[in-house]
Design a protein around this ligand. Structure first.
Ligand code: ATR
Length: 276
């Protein structure tokens, strides 16, 4: 597609932004649907965040994805905020039609998990209590997960999040006590992420039962130690790349109103990440 006077712009804002895979994923989707849109990335210094939002409005930019460190601080500059994004307290998608903020991270994780199992009435254990854990946990609650347990290294942080969710909490090192009764395990910690791919996983095969669905938000590498242990135990792995894919697909739908071409986006992500 040639860039011309009709080209519509969407972009990622963050600081830094150069490691993102979103431009490749979204541009392949625009190209597949023959849409005259482009997705780029802007490195926005935190002190310029307000100007970036005002500038985008003035330039008729159609949408932003928002990443670290702006996900929370961008909220005061928006006119509207989606209900769940407000509960989470963080925004990763802005639609400039109505200057409204959304959080598609949690939706991305749920859609990834729901390729394998429904979240409804399930007993879910989440490792980690940071931003990703918060986004996923609120969407799980919205999808009527039965019981949610937050496990974290810093137990105070687990307690704070669990309190907001009306969930249970404990220390991450107690994980083996919770796994036998869990249907779904979600890892939101960076344990196993490059360059620490050989670190001990949060659980090993002998403690994973066959019916457990294990989702690892880490996507670099794709086959983390945790997911290798999951396969070894005969249980069901859900790869982190799927969350990346579905959060992007949901943002695409919000900005364009069109059904995202999932297959194309997934192929591009795999190629970009070097994972076939
Ligand atoms: P994100 O936005 O990806 O969730 P974050 O908000 O920085 O990132 O949260 C990172 C989470 O991973 C935290 O729950 C952190 O635990 P602490 O609160 O105890 O710091 C967890 N985490 C980070 N490194 C970890 C490690 N080596 N082992 C266990 N948990 C770890």
């Amino acid at each position: 597609m040639t860039i011309d006077g009709n080209t519509k712009i969407v972009a990622l804002i963050g600081h830094p932004v150069e490691h993102t895979f979103s431009p490749q994923m979204h541009n392949s989707a625009f190209s597949k649907l023959k849409m005259n849109w482009i997705y780029t990335a802007f490195d926005v210094n935190p002190e310029n965040l307000n100007k970036a939002i005002e500038g985008a409005c003035a330039l008729d930019i159609k949408g932003f994805n928002v990443t670290i460190p702006h996900k929370v601080n961008v909220i005061p500059y928006l006119d509207e905020i989606d209900e769940t994004a407000e509960e989470i307290g963080a925004v990763n998608t802005i639609d400039f039609k109505n200057l409204k903020g959304y959080n598609t991270d949690g939706i991305g994780a749920i859609k990834a998990i729901e390729e394998v199992t429904k979240a409804k009435n399930r007993n879910v254990v989440i490792a980690g209590a940071g931003g990703a854990s918060r986004a996923i946990a609120f969407y799980l609650k919205k999808n009527n997960a039965d019981e949610i347990t937050i496990l974290n290294r810093n137990i105070k942080k687990a307690e704070t999040l669990a309190c907001d969710l009306n969930a249970s909490f404990d220390s991450l090192n107690q994980i083996n006590i919770y796994i036998p009764n869990a249907d779904i395990l979600i890892n939101t910690t960076p344990v196993g992420m490059h360059p620490h791919e050989n670190d001990a996983p949060i659980v090993s095969a002998e403690n994973i039962h066959e019916d457990l669905v294990v989702f690892d938000a880490v996507y670099n590498p794709n086959k983390t130690q945790l997911l290798k242990e999951t396969v070894k135990a005969g249980a069901k792995p859900v790869y982190g790349i799927k969350m990346l894919l579905y959060q992007g697909a949901e943002s695409f739908r919000i900005w364009t109103g069109k059904k995202p071409p999932i297959k194309t986006m997934e192929e591009t992500l795999k190629k970009t990440l070097g994972q076939d």
